[in-house]
Ligand binder design. Structure first.
Ligand SMILES: [Zn+2]
Ligand SMILES: [Zn+2]
Length: 334
C-alpha cells in the first residue's frame, strides 16, 4: 500500500520537535509544532496549509516568524491551532513588527487562528490587508476534539498537561484508495490527474453513476465517461486509512496517560517524546516530560504499530541510542 501522506520529523531527536506530513500527489502538507524549521526548504514550508502547535514554549513556536516571512505577499489562507492562550501568543508575535505598508500587497495573506480550550474554541482571523489586526473573533462552545474534517482525513486533538496546557494530535485518513496500476494497464487507461478527480469522488461519496472523465496524453478520451461505481472495483482497492499521532511535552500523569492512549489508539505510527532516561524519572516528572520507558509503555498500551521517539534532553548528547533502546524495550514488553 502506498500511503497518501508521509510523516517525517523536521529535525533530529536532539533538535526542536516538529513533524512534517506531506501529502503524496498534492502540493500540500501539515506541520505539527513550529520550533526551528530551518531544516525545511522554503518550498516545503509554502506547502503547509495547517499548523498544529502543541504549546508555545520557544522550542515549539520560534519558527512562526519564518513561516510568516515566507507567506507574506502570497494569496494564502494559513490555519493555525494551539492551546489555551494561543490567540494572545499569536497577537504578541504579530505585534512585534511594523505593518504600515502591508495593506497594499496584492496577494493577501490571512491567518485563521483557533485556540483549543477544554469547553470551547476561540477563533480569530488576522489579515495582512488589515495590518494583522484580529477580526471575526468568535467563541464556539464545543467539546468535540476534531479540529479539521476533510473528505480524505481528520485531525483530532487531546488536551494534555505539561505544567501548561499542551495539545497532542492525531491524523486519520478516512480510508485509503489503492490504484491498481496493473489493472489500468490491462484496461488501457492512462495515469493522469483524472485519478485525483476519481479519488476525490470516492472520498466525497459521490453517487455511483457519477461520470469520470478519463484524460491522458493531453487529451480527453473519446467515448462515454465510465461511471464511478463501475470503475471503482475495476481499478482500485479500498483499505483502512493510515493513522499518525504526535505527542510531545507531557508529564506522566494518569490523566495524561489515559488521554494519550485514547488519542493514539491503533495508530500506524506514533511519534512521541522521550526526553529523559528511566533512571532520571524524577527529573522528567519535575519538568513535565516523559521518560523513554514511559513513552514505550504508552505506545504498547495504545497498540500502535510503529514507534518513533524524539525531543531528547541535551544531557544525553552522543547517547541517543540509550533512549531509543529503553523506549523500544518497553514497547516490546508491553
Ligand atoms: Zn515544553
Ligand atoms: Zn519542548
Amino acid at each position: 500500500m502506498r500511503p497518501s501522506y508521509r510523516p517525517r520529523l523536521v529535525n533530529g531527536p536532539f533538535g526542536d520537535p516538529g513533524l512534517y506530513l506531506a501529502f503524496q500527489l498534492q502540493n500540500r502538507a501539515l506541520l505539527f509544532d513550529l520550533g526551528d524549521i530551518s531544516a525545511l526548504s522554503s518550498r516545503d514550508i509554502l506547502k503547509v496549509s495547517h499548523v498544529f502547535v502543541s504549546h508555545t514554549h520557544m522550542d515549539h513556536f520560534i519558527g512562526f516568524d519564518r513561516l510568516l516571512r515566507l507567506s507574506l505577499g502570497r494569496s494564502k489562507k494559513l490555519h493555525l491551532y494551539g492551546p489555551a492562550g494561543f490567540q494572545e501568543n499569536v497577537r504578541g508575535k504579530l505585534a512585534a513588527y511594523t505593518w504600515n505598508l502591508v495593506q497594499r500587497y496584492e496577494n493577501p495573506l490571512a491567518l485563521h487562528v483557533t485556540e483549543v480550550r477544554p469547553q470551547s474554541r476561540l477563533h480569530a482571523v488576522y489579515r495582512c490587508r488589515d495590518r494583522f489586526r484580529p477580526a471575526e473573533i468568535r467563541e464556539q462552545a464545543t467539546c468535540d476534539r476534531t479540529l479539521v474534517s476533510e473528505p480524505a482525513f481528520t485531525v483530532s486533538a487531546a488536551i494534555l498537561d505539561h505544567g501548561t496546557s499542551c495539545l497532542g494530535f492525531s491524523v486519520k485518513e478516512r480510508f485509503h484508495i489503492n490504484i491498481l496500476k496493473a489493472r489500468l494497464d490491462e484496461l488501457g487507461l492512462p495515469v493522469g490527474p483524472w485519478l485525483g478527480t476519481f479519488k476525490r469522488a470516492v472520498f466525497s461519496q459521490a453517487p455511483p453513476d457519477t461520470p469520470i472523465q478519463i484524460a491522458g496524453g493531453g487529451s480527453a478520451r473519446a467515448g462515454r465517461a465510465p461511471a464511478l461505481g463501475d470503475l471503482l472495483p475495476q481499478i482500485a482497492r479500498v483499505t483502512p486509512g493510515q493513522k499518525v499521532t504526535y505527542i510531545t511535552d507531557v508529564g506522566h500523569t494518569s490523566s495524561n496517560a489515559t488521554r494519550i492512549v485514547e488519542l493514539a489508539q491503533d495508530s500506524d505510527h506514533l511519534f512521541i517524546e522521550a526526553a529523559f532516561a528511566d533512571a532520571h524519572a524524577r527529573l522528567a516528572a519535575a519538568k513535565h516530560h516523559l521518560t523513554a520507558g514511559q513513552a514505550g509503555r504508552l505506545a504498547a498500551r495504545a497498540h500502535v504499530k510503529r514507534l518513533t521517539v524524539f525531543h531528547f534532553s541535551p544531557r544525553y548528547t552522543g547517547r541517543g541510542v540509550l533512549l531509543e533502546k529503553e523506549a523500544l524495550a518497553a514497547f516490546e514488553q508491553g
